[in-house]
Design a protein around this ligand. Structure first.
Ligand SMILES: CC(=O)SCCNC(=O)CCNC(=O)[C@H](O)C(C)(C)COP(=O)(O)OP(=O)(O)OC[C@H]1O[C@@H](n2cnc3c(N)ncnc32)[C@H](O)[C@@H]1OP(=O)(O)O
Ligand SMILES: CC(C)C(=O)C(=O)O
Ligand SMILES: [Mg+2]
Length: 502
């Protein structure tokens, strides 16, 4: 079994994500976490690009003890010198130099002829090699380069001393078969006596960054470049946590090892999500909030009988506390019963059957069924509109930065109308205080949830309120729906209080 090196460029390509900018302190914290995760090489930045980038690379070079630290440089002597200066204190320094080799980049961006590009590779890779033991060369936009010219560029870099050849799919243009074949082609045709490491660097424009990186590995690549959470230019880079887990789970297929400490995966992803301000989509592989959640009945049933029926990765493997079985309208009786057990209820088969019917009705109306909802359901309460009570009037005066005033009237089934006035620091607080006066119950508010049912400024608001009657210890849930948030809040709270009264 051979080993795949992990090259993390979260701090360089990842920081190229529009809107993302890490401070030097955040970069150092991320670097230390990446070292804990087990990366082999960290691309700490592009030292010539700014003073902050230089300082961050310098600081990371000082603190990295196990991983190699590299910096990016154009084929420009000043860039290479800056990288050398920034990496002076690194225990294991490397440099990463690049130039584009595709016709469109050479002609329009670089304004260089192919011969000039080859001459620049020869000159600058040699220059970099005088300063660094390990030089990585990238022919930018490799996958849109002419194959013969790409080979010539790579051969020139190898002859000039590069020992790592990284093949960037800069604009995410390639596909797994084609990208894999490109690695085979280069590995078979570059002439050298030295050992050359071939590396992949993929972008996700067509959603194939991870698949392309894995195909490169299958075709002889021994280094994978990418970022945590797939951060990076445009649609991002290869998500390294996905590659790490894929190599582990499908070791039978890839036959490769890594030195990644998978248990640190979730911590690493969380840290980068926090510092970048880019949240991880719920359905993202490996680290998404739903990666270990099963809501549909058949899956929940299978999972309860044997977790392997529906989970190929265990949550523990990647540092997630545990799998979850959230209840929803597609859930089944097995998971429902399991949840009741967890909440401490022992019901007869008949009672479970009856409660399950009410649960399904509730789940048809409410997306997230909480433990509080279930407790209320089991004490016989539903979120149906309470009968015989109506909001007669709701007047509100808003004072920016001050106390809010509410004037409310409620009509009961007898025709009686009760009204009250109240103040509060916030509008909802004032509404609730006024309703408290009308009902005069000893209650505890367990939760207040606000959802937008529809999108846009005219969205319908749906408010859920859960309260517990201090006298009986019973919990009551109610829902209020209106285009106005305050009215929806008032309705939910009135209905919940009316349950206590009944
Ligand atoms: C595919 C990638 O991700 S590549 C990395 C992209 N990352 C970044 O660009 C982030 C950091 N970049 C920067 O801070 C700035 O672009 C700098 C400091 C590098 C350069 O800034 P400026 O001197 O103002 O130039 P600017 O960015 O406008 O243009 C880039 C110049 O570099 C040239 N260039 C681009 N790539 C290379 C290369 N690999 N080797 C040599 N020259 C290059 C361009 O042709 C252009 O040259 P020109 O000024 O003669 O037209
Ligand atoms: C600098 C190179 C490796 C790059 O980020 C790309 O081509 O996408
Ligand atoms: Mg890139």
């Amino acid at each position: 079994m051979t080993k795949i090196q992990f090259f993390d460029t979260t701090l360089r390509d990842g920081e190229q994500t529009p809107g993302v900018s890490f401070s030097t302190e955040e970069k150092v914290a991320i670097a230390l976490q990446l070292e804990k995760w087990g990366v082999d090489v960290i691309e700490a930045g592009f030292p010539a690009s700014s003073r902050e980038s230089f300082r961050a690379v310098e600081e990371i070079a000082k603190v990295a003890t196990k991983m190699s630290v590299t910096g990016l440089a154009r084929l420009v002597k000043h860039d290479i010198d800056q990288a050398f200066e920034a990496l002076k204190e690194a225990k294991f320094p490397q440099i990463h130099v690049f130039i584009a080799t595709s016709p469109i980049h050479m002609e329009y961006k670089l304004k260089m002829t192919p011969d000039e590009v080859i001459a620049s590779i020869k000159e600058h890779v040699s220059y970099a090699r005088e300063k660094f033991e390990i030089v990585q060369f990238s022919p930018e936009d490799a996958t849109r380069s002419e194959k013969d010219f790409l080979l010539k560029a790579v051969q020139t870099a190898v002859d000039a001393g590069a020992s790592v050849i990284n093949i960037p799919d800069t604009v995410g243009y390639s596909n797994p078969q084609e990208y894999g074949e490109l690695f085979r082609y280069l590995i078979e045709n570059v002439q050298t006596d030295r050992e050359i490491i071939y590396s992949s660097h993929c972008h996700d424009d067509l959603g194939m960054a991870v698949s392309n990186a894995l195909s490169a590995i299958k075709n002889g690549s021994r280094r994978v470049e990418g970022t945590i959470n797939g951060l990076g230019e445009r649609a991002g880079n290869t998500a390294l946590e996905e590659v790490a887990v894929a190599l582990k789970i499908r070791q039978d297929y890839y036959g490769q090892e890594t030195q990644i400490n998978l248990k640190e995966t979730k911590n690493t992803s969380d840290l980068i999500s926090r510092f970048s301000g880019i949240s991880v989509p719920k359905n993202k592989a490996v680290v998404g909030g739903n990666a270990f959640a099963h809501e549909s009945g058949i899956h929940q049933d299978g999972f309860l009988k044997n977790p392997n029926t529906y989970e190929i990765i265990t949550p523990e493997m990647v540092g997630v506390a545990q799998s979850s079985l959230p209840l929803g309208k597609l859930s089944g009786r097995h998971a429902f019963k399991e949840k009741l057990k967890e909440l401490g209820y022992t019901l007869s088969e008949e009672e479970v059957k009856e409660a399950f019917i009410r649960f399904k009705d509730l789940a048809d109306k409410k997306n997230n069924i909480s433990d509080t909802d279930l407790r209320a359901l089991l004490t016989g309460q539903t979120i149906e509109k309470a009968k015989g009570v109506e909001l007669e009037e709701l007047n509100f005066s808003y004072h920016a930065g001050g106390t809010q005033e509410v004037d409310i009237a409620v009509r009961f089934e007898t025709g009686e109308v009760k009204s009250a006035k109240a103040n509060g620091k916030g509008s909802v607080e004032a509404v609730f205080a006024a309703i408290d006066q009308i009902f005069d119950h000893e209650i505890i508010v367990n939760s207040y949830e606000l959802d937008a049912i529809t999108a846009g400024v005219d969205a319908q608001a749906q408010v859920y309120v859960s309260i517990t009657d201090r006298l009986t210890n019973n919990t009551y849930n109610a829902v209020g729906i209106d285009y106005d948030i305050l009215k929806a809040s008032a309705l939910a709270y009135i209905y919940a209080n009316n349950f206590v009264r009944q």
